[in-house]
Ligand binder design. Structure first.
Ligand code: FES
Length: 104
């Protein structure tokens, strides 16, 4: 499923970034190199980034500017990475985070 915005009445969406592949919970996802990880996930229909520690509730995009940590995921084994401000690099391995994981 591709939910990426193709046209916009105000914003020029010319894209010349390379299309790369990342892994999200073992699933291959196509992304534009350099875009925020969160944007690539949303474009692929992935809306849950982590689950809270106590109530195991899902969290996803909230502020979108690196302030709330609701988008935190495990990226290349590193937990608590704010995916809304972390750019995509080819071959990244991303996992949904469950609580305050130690990663890996
Ligand atoms: S959505 Fe708030 S830090 Fe990423």
């Amino acid at each position: 499923m591709n939910m990426r915005m193709e046209n916009h009445v105000v914003i020029d969406l010319k894209r010349d970034a390379a299309i790369v592949e990342i892994s999200v919970d073992g699933q291959k996802v196509k992304a534009c190199e350099g875009e925020p990880i969160l944007a690539a996930l949303l474009a692929s229909g992935i809306k849950i980034n982590r689950y809270t520690m106590k109530k195991h509730e899902p969290r996803g995009l909230f502020c979108g500017i690196g302030q709330c940590t609701d988008c935190a995921m495990i990226v290349n084994g590193q937990p608590n990475v704010r995916t809304c401000i972390t750019p995509v690099q080819a071959g990244m391995v991303i996992q949904t985070q469950d609580g305050l994981t130690k990663g890996g």
